[in-house]
Design a protein around this ligand. Structure first.
Ligand SMILES: *Cc1c(COP(=O)(O)O)cnc(C)c1O
Length: 486
């Protein structure tokens, strides 16, 4: 049988022969299933060859058609082999999820049906609402908490800053602006940089975010926090927001969330938690006690695309006070007129809870992933990743050539290769790049107490003990080669 060639109809973008779409689709699904099934044998990451990069960068806006089979061939040869690697079991570089096959299929269904989840009355809106309800349940939030799916925790944190601002200044801030009100916020020095960016984008300024020092467990130091709040009040400033971290990117540290919640209540601050990946620890009985304090927050930001393994992108914000959340974003221009009946009903709409109007059907891949696997199974991934992190830490501690640089709270292990008479920062940076370029595994670097650390973040559901061992062996082999080049 010869493949039917995809050819667009003269008066639409649909094909003249639907068989051509079916055949190409089947081929693509077959190839992607083979790709996922063979991940473990493929390189974790490989650099984009110069010719491939050149090919991707060349060419003007295509005025005429190209055969779909040819376009797909370009995907297969130029794009697919040179991805970012985070689907691979030995990707331990950054805090990134691995995706999952159910989520992959859900993306096809979402794109095929192509609803706009800004609002209106249709079933996909109910799917997103259900996902938000499940998120609230996972976090121990009340059932009437509001929320919305967004690109990621960066956007979710921005939404939280804006809601906290509305609480501090009233809804008139939306018309009148800040009017010079000196709002200040607090988080730890180890908080993700997107919290500072959120302050910046909200017009409050990143300098109005106080970065509080850490205790020995890399948690926000409570005494330093209280001192900073008192000093700001004495200076006539208006503290309004406290941001706790449940799982920092640097070390996986979890702030003392119940203590932060109590302090925020006493000081009248909005308590927001950046739980980008740590929120999913709520699903693991072993890890839950560490993050249980999330249920005391006023708002929580987290990602389904990290520890919940939903394909990118799928971030989430959940807010305890739905009315305040809506009062921060809702507005009703005439062209978005709502009605009690018909397609323009079904209030409130997702657009009332964030800056986006048009929104894709992200909720479907989350809904299908959660339903198909069940929350317990995702909690087991969390538990397994944390157990592997402890194992890796034990190997590091037992090895004379390696030194651990931070406590292991959840799933992140920071360490480095020891040495004398050389620049250890440079040596370890080279080792990280050597291991990445070897294709065996990916780890990243960060700075801990001023020195460069190798960081292994265990987030991927596919990672096994043998993968952690291969990473460790690759680090030691790279160190040996660097010390005595052949
Ligand atoms: C990943 C991460 C972020 C940023 O989330 P995005 O989904 O990349 O926008 C923020 N905070 C923490 C703790 C993270 O791990």
């Amino acid at each position: 049988m010869t493949a039917a060639r995809f050819e667009a109809a003269p008066d639409s973008l649909d094909p003249t022969d639907w068989e051509s779409v079916r055949q190409m689709g089947h081929r693509m699904v077959d190839n992607m299933v083979d790709m996922l099934a063979g991940l473990r044998e493929a390189p974790t990451w490989q650099p984009l060859p110069p010719e491939a990069r050149q090919a991707l960068r060349s060419g003007e806006l295509p005025a005429g058609p190209t055969d779909l089979a040819e376009v797909y061939r370009e995907f297969q040869t130029l794009i697919q082999p040179y991805g970012s690697g985070n689907a691979h079991p030995r990707f331990m570089g950054w805090v990134q999820g691995g995706g999952n096959p159910v989520g992959m299929l859900a993306e096809l269904l979402a794109a095929a049906t192509n609803p706009n989840l800004g609002g209106r009355d249709h079933a996909p809106i109910e799917v997103e609402r259900k996902v938000i309800r499940w998120a609230a349940q996972m976090l121990g939030f009340p059932a009437d908490a509001s929320g919305v799916l967004v690109t990621g925790t960066s956007m979710a944190n921005l939404i939280a800053v804006l809601v906290a601002r509305t609480r501090a200044l009233g809804t008139s801030v939306r018309q009148e602006g800040l009017q010079g009100k000196p709002l200040v916020a607090y988080t730890s020095v180890e908080a993700h940089n997107c919290v500072a960016r959120a302050m910046d984008m909200a017009g409050l300024g990143s300098q109005a975010l106080r970065l509080i020092a850490l205790d020995a467990q890399h948690r926000m130091d409570m005494d330093a926090l209280q001192t900073a709040i008192a000093q700001d009040r004495a200076a006539g400033l208006q503290p309004f927001l406290l941001v706790g971290s449940a799982g920092t990117v640097d070390t996986g540290a979890v702030d003392d969330l119940p203590a932060l919640a109590a302090l925020a209540r006493a000081e009248g601050l909005w308590f927001h938690a950046d739980a980008a990946y740590g929120a999913l620890a709520m699903l693991s009985p072993a890890q839950r006690p560490l993050v249980q304090g999330l249920s005391e927050a006023d708002s929580v930001a987290f990602d389904f695309h990290k520890w919940a393994q939903v394909p990118y992108d799928a971030g989430c914000i959940v807010v305890r006070d739905a009315a305040l959340h809506a009062a921060t974003f809702a507005s009703q221009p005439a062209y978005l007129q709502r009605s009690a009946r018909g397609l323009a009903g079904n209030l409130p709409w997702p657009t009332d809870f964030g800056p986006d109007l048009s929104r894709g059907f992200r909720a479907l891949k989350v809904w299908m992933t959660l339903k198909t696997y069940g929350a317990d199974k995702l909690g087991e991934v969390v538990a397994r990743n944390c157990a592997l992190a402890r194992q890796l830490a034990a190997h590091v501690d037992a090895h004379t050539e390696l030194k651990r640089l931070a406590p292991v709270t959840l799933n992140v292990v920071c360490f480095r290769v020891r040495g004398e008479g050389c620049d250890l920062d440079a040596l370890n940076a080279d080792i990280a790049a050597d291991v990445q370029e070897s294709g065996v595994a990916v780890l990243s670097t960060t700075r801990i107490h001023g020195v460069l650390a190798l960081r292994a973040a265990l987030v991927n559901h596919r990672t096994r003990e043998e993968d952690v061992q291969m990473l460790l062996d690759a680090v030691l082999a790279a160190a040996a080669r660097r010390r005595s080049p052949a």
